[in-house]
Design a binder for this molecule. Structure first.
Ligand code: AMP
Ligand code: MG
Length: 428
């Protein structure tokens, strides 16, 4: 087992160990946010035929070649084609067809003229065209959007709303996507209770279970809550056994060196191999990563273990740094990290040189610059500093001072930071 890795080493180790989960077939209509596990080629032509882009008249360009204001061409309106209709009858010389947007262009016609650009005779039997028309005007060509055999989507693509529409256009009602990671969430501690229990006598609510389950859901994984294990090896073991069918087990607490920290022993007894313990990070130092080489099903590997610190701030920060990228990789994403931005520090910060600190900050944008302000008491016991945070400011290990105005890197942990409070462009 490796000890005290840097954040980068720990992330690299985890990302090398975890793998993309196998595919599953789901209904395309519910595939939003999933990653495709197949290449999708077009088996259709779109539009399926040459069709009109306007309401107007299909005509033959040759009939209007000499047309002018003084000598308009008079075309007989021979028939009508509506959207969804069929255009079987061919247009003959001197004829036009009334046509509507999306309707197939009849054989013989080589352009469409907008209805605003013609004069219809009373009764609608003929039109006067007072200008020459170019071949192809206002015609959407068959296959100009999708041709048969086009490589439309690739394995690894994210199903965004427009991808859902594209799949529908292709007639793909089901699609192969990467399976969602199933994450067992286990809390341990004799002091822990559920939110609706009284909190007298030193009890605290197992808030980590709720934070971590929500973080799983936010990243598209499926959490399932295993309840609270008491600080007894037998009870922990029973809970861990129930977790072995998962893709990942995320525990909080019990991985430091306290007398009641049985978590590591129980995992070792059940066949977990520890890969590393301890990260040079504050908050979040006593983080444990392991894997079960053998799962409950013969021949298949067992879950990965993320033993997070019990402290609610540390649990949330280590989930963000280590579990989240792993779950994204398992879900098939190629971009696994949170975005970072350059920001300026509002008020100075200091620490002892040593471990990398991730400082909880709120963010504001002024004159195009992002300003980061500490959310207050940075003790890892103060969860408000985390729940108020939009970002984690990177305070590098060797440094001890960051002055007001210093340029810093901030990892954005709240997607709504990127939402626009203002239009952002001139709406004229
Ligand atoms: P431990 O790692 O067991 O020493 O726990 C460190 C701190 O985290 C203690 O103050 C625990 O009460 C707290 N803690 C442990 N588990 C949870 C949990 N599931 N939810 C909230 N706080 C917790
Ligand atoms: Mg404990």
């Amino acid at each position: 087992m490796q000890r005290n890795l840097t954040v980068a080493q720990a992330q690299d180790t985890i990302l090398q160990a975890v793998f993309r989960l196998p595919p599953e077939t789901v209904e395309s209509a519910s595939a939003l946010g999933r990653v495709l596990a197949e290449d999708v080629r077009s088996t259709r032509i779109l539009p399926p035929a040459d069709c009109s882009a306007m309401d107007g008249y299909a005509l033959r360009v040759a009939d209007c070649a000499q047309a002018s204001e003084g000598a308009p061409a008079r075309l007989q309106v021979a028939f009508e084609v509506a959207a969804g209709g069929e255009a079987e009858v061919a247009l003959e010389a001197g004829q036009a067809a009334r046509i509507f947007t999306g309707a197939p262009v009849p054989p013989g016609a080589d352009a469409v003229i907008m209805q605003e650009h013609v004069e219809a005779e009373a009764g609608g039997e003929a039109i006067l065209v007072a200008r020459p028309v170019e071949a192809g005007d206002h015609i959407r060509l068959a296959g100009e959007d999708l041709a048969h055999g086009d490589a439309v989507l690739a394995e690894g693509d994210l199903v965004r709303p427009t991808v859902a529409g594209l799949l529908a256009s292709l007639g793909r009602t089901v699609v192969s996507v990467v399976r969602r990671p199933r994450v067992a969430i286990l809390s341990s501690g004799d002091e822990l209770v559920e939110p609706d229990a009284p909190i007298d006598g030193g009890r605290i609510v197992s808030s980590n279970s709720y934070t971590l389950a929500a973080m799983c859901r936010e990243v598209g994984a499926e959490p399932y809550y295993l309840g609270i294990a008491r600080d007894r090896p037998e009870d922990l073991e029973a809970h861990v056994r129930a977790a072995l069918v998962a893709d990942c087990i995320v525990t909080s607490a019990g991985v430091s060196v306290g007398d009641h920290d049985h978590v590591k022993d129980v995992f070792a007894k059940l066949g977990c191999e520890f890969v590393f313990w301890g990260v040079q990070l504050k908050p979040g130092h006593p983080m444990l990563f392991g894997r079960f080489p053998n799962g409950p099903a013969p021949g298949s590997p067992g879950p990965f273990l993320f033993g997070l610190p019990g402290n609610p701030v540390s649990a949330a920060v280590t989930f963000e740094q280590f579990v989240r990228p792993a779950l994204r990789k398992m879900s098939g994403h190629s971009r696994v990290f949170r975005p970072t931005v350059s920001a300026r520090l509002r008020t100075p910060l200091s620490k002892r040189p040593g471990r990398l600190n991730l400082v909880r900050v709120s963010l504001s944008v002024e004159d195009g610059e992002v300003w980061a302000t500490s959310t207050g008491n940075q003790s890892s016991g103060v969860f408000r500093s985390m729940s108020d945070a939009q970002g984690l400011l990177v305070f590098p290990g060797p440094q001890s001072e960051l002055e007001a105005g210093a340029e810093v890197t901030v990892q954005i942990i709240d997607d709504s930071f990127f939402a626009g409070g203002e239009r952002g462009f001139e709406g004229v």
